[in-house]
Design a binder for this molecule. Sequence first.
Ligand SMILES: [Zn+2]
Ligand SMILES: [Zn+2]
Length: 93
Amino acid sequence: MADAALKEEIRTCETCQKQFLIIPQEQEFYKKKDLPWPANCPECRQKRRLALRNERKLYKRKCDKCQKDIISTYAPDSKYIVYCQECFWQNIG
Ligand SMILES: [Zn+2]
Ligand SMILES: [Zn+2]
């Protein structure tokens, strides 16, 4: 039997201002883990998680101009031309 004291809670997402529900089972989960209730809707939480994952996807590759080792978001086998910061600014000027 479900605990009658626990009810679905309606919260407003801090990011998209959309309303979302926190169901009793979820409330129990946060209580047990001693976690605060989420401030963002499940959609925004998922987006944030994906964004974090993308940020970590960095590759070690060489600058296409001076061959210096750099960190890039483009894989070494991608067709993009990637310059190190110095070459990038040289190229602009
Ligand atoms: Zn949201
Ligand atoms: Zn360079």
